[in-house]
Ligand binder design. Structure first.
Ligand code: OXD
Ligand code: MN
Length: 596
């Protein structure tokens, strides 16, 4: 399919090591995809679901020990440990290559190696970057066909160029003790072994589009961020774009596909989804604004909790052409189910849980994960083009202009509903101190603060302090930068109940944000930044939310912020010497303002 010597030599080298029985090139055609689906069905790797109810949908179960990303086994292998920084796992590249070689040698014997040429971003656009993933898993091929742009046109676009990201994935023995997800940024190389779970093996996503791309972005003057992208269409037809970074499990996919409250729908407001997980951002020389594209082609969303109320658009998206992973199989209807979908789980005798065992929904106990039918991290892999609210700009070559960057976290008390930073530098600081509190849903103590800068803690492909320095530098090179904000949908009252209704009503906060970007509205300057005047958050049509509730949601509690400052100091100390002086100054200035 190509004469590119760099690609052919590399494949020769990798196949000499892994020793597959045969090599199959993936061309992106529907005929080939269909043949692979049939083959995977015949071996039980995937199960075809009810064609009438869920056309072209399949179910897959991973190994029981292989259900999530493994941050503890994810490595950034730069020549020096300093380049990877204190937050990443690091190993000397020579040592790591030698270790991996042992694990890969002969691992594809008796198997097929698939060669997947893929593009992150629209092929041929300024934003696009190309990759080749070698894998011995049909499940990976079928997921990559949804999540990325795959096909011979990628090879044509590459021509003779050596400029592509090499990815090698082998399932090997799915041995968790020998599972490695490894990045060699200097070599444009990703190696993944002993896993079959999405985030570890769909190498275009977290590995390439965040870790390797963040490294390339710093080198080349652009940004790769863990951000959703959405457009708000106003009744006059104008659309404004926002990107937002939240840690995993804070509702990025839900916000990206938000449905406006009825009162706004009636006025003609619409929300369009450009992306739900990753944004690549570049300065447009024509207008000096920052433009964003979503480099992916689909959604790899968490299934549990997705329902008619939380995200009807996601639900509609995964009604066709979707691969479900680790959800409940309803064997009576040959459909799928997960906790939080509806109150109508398949009954005992008709239900198989994510482990492949008969499941009894009557034994479900929220506190006992062993009673769950779907794994809490079970997923749907669905095509972006099937999303009812997909933006008309989804395939845009130049991306969309970003008015606002929004950071967020899950904080019970500290962060107000929304605040605005006072400058790009101050906004970078706000991103660097992003944090979320653990919930009862996760293992471990409740309410523990985990700092997750820019929601990139597990995804920066180099030193965190230098990543912040890159943010500061970018700010100097964007003539018309977006404004930077922080939101918190998760503030609770004294009984621990959420105060803000969230979901579609989050639009009310986004509209305030856009008004601020346009300089249309005043705000109150507090020690942490600009906070709305309570009356400027529109509560029309919102039951039970008074002006006083909004005031409570917007209040800045000095004591808890001063306690947070101590926690931030500890985190900065962990990141170490590379923390930019500007951010240390921002922290000292925040403390001084709070102490006044
Ligand atoms: C994801 C994550 O899977 O952030 O998108 O964990
Ligand atoms: Mn994510």
């Amino acid at each position: 399919m190509t004469n590119n010597k760099h690609i052919l030599n590399w494949i020769d080298e990798m196949s000499a090591m892994t020793k597959p029985d045969r090599i199959v090139w993936i061309d992106g055609s529907e005929e080939q995809a269909e043949a692979l689906r049939a083959e995977a069905c015949s071996t039980g790797e995937i199960i075809k679901l009810n064609e009438e109810l869920l056309p072209n949908c399949y179910l897959h179960r991973t190994a029981i020990n292989d259900v999530a990303r493994v941050e503890g086994r994810t490595y950034i292998c730069t020549p020096t440990k300093d380049e990877a920084g204190a937050i990443n796992n690091w190993m000397d590249p020579t040592e790591m290559y030698a270790k991996l070689k042992k694990l890969y040698t002969g691992s594809m014997q008796g198997r097929t190696m698939y060669v997947i040429p893929y593009s992150m971003g629209v092929v041929g656009s300024d934003f696009a970057k190309y990759g080749i993933e070698l894998t011995d898993s049909i499940y990976v091929v079928l997921n990559m066909l949804i999540m990325t742009r795959v096909g011979t046109n990628v090879l044509e676009a590459l021509g003779d160029s050596p400029d592509y990201i090499k990815g090698l994935h082998a399932r090997a023995d799915i041995d968790e003790e020998n599972r490695y997800i490894v990045h060699f940024p200097q070599d444009n190389t990703i190696m993944s072994v002993n896993s079959g779970y999405g985030g570890n093996v769909l190498l275009g996503k977290k590995c390439f589009a965040l870790r390797i791309a963040s490294y390339l972005g710093r080198k080349e003057g652009w940004m790769a961020e863990h951000m959703l992208i959405l457009g708000i269409e106003y009744p006059n037809g104008e659309t404004k774009y926002i990107t937002a970074a939240f840690p995993s499990a804070c509702g990025k996919t839900n916000l990206a596909m938000l449905i406006p409250p009825e009162i706004y729908r009636n006025k003609g407001y619409k929300v369009w989804c450009v992306g739900d997980d990753i944004a690549w951002l570049r300065v447009n020389p024509e207008d000096g604004k920052l433009y964003a594209v979503n480099p992916e082609n689909g959604f790899f969303g968490v299934a549990p909790g997705t329902n008619d109320k939380s995200n009807p658009n996601a639900l509609a998206t995964c009604m066709r052409d979707t691969i479900f992973t680790n959800v409940v199989h309803d064997t009576k209807n040959n459909t799928v189910w997960w906790e939080g979908l509806n109150n109508n789980p398949p009954q005992p005798g008709n239900a198989i849980d994510w482990k492949g065992n008969p499941w009894d929904c009557t034994k479900f106990d929220k506190k006992d994960k062993s009673t769950y039918g779907a794994h809490p991290n079970s997923r749907f892999t669905a095509l972006a083009q099937n999303c009812p609210c997909i933006s008309s700009e989804f395939n845009s070559l130049k991306g969309v202009p970003v008015s606002a960057i929004v950071f967020g976290g899950r904080r019970a008390k500290t962060a107000p509903l929304v605040y605005q930073s006072t400058s790009w530098q101050n906004g970078t600081f706000v991103g660097s101190i992003m944090a979320s509190e653990t919930t009862a849903a996760a293992a471990g103590a409740v309410g523990v603060v985990r700092r997750d800068p820019m929601a990139m803690r597990p995804f920066v492909g180099y030193n965190m302090g230098e990543y912040w320095a890159h943010w500061l530098n970018m700010g100097k090179n964007i003539p018309n930068p977006p404004q930077i904000f922080h939101v918190n949908w998760f503030r609770t009252d004294d009984e621990g109940n959420f105060i803000w209704p969230g979901f579609g009503d989050n639009l009310r906060v986004l509209l305030w944000i856009i008004k601020r970007c346009e300089g249309k509205i005043d705000a109150d300057l507090t020690p942490i930044g600009y906070v709305p005047k309570a009356e400027d958050i529109d509560v029309e049509g919102l039951d039970g939310i008074s002006l006083d509730t909004i005031k409570e949601l917007l209040s800045v509690d000095t004591e808890s912020w001063l306690a947070d400052v101590e926690n931030i100091k500890e985190f900065y100390a962990l990141v170490g010497d590379s923390v930019p002086a500007e951010l240390k100054e921002e922290l000292a200035a925040l403390e001084a303002r709070l102490s006044k």
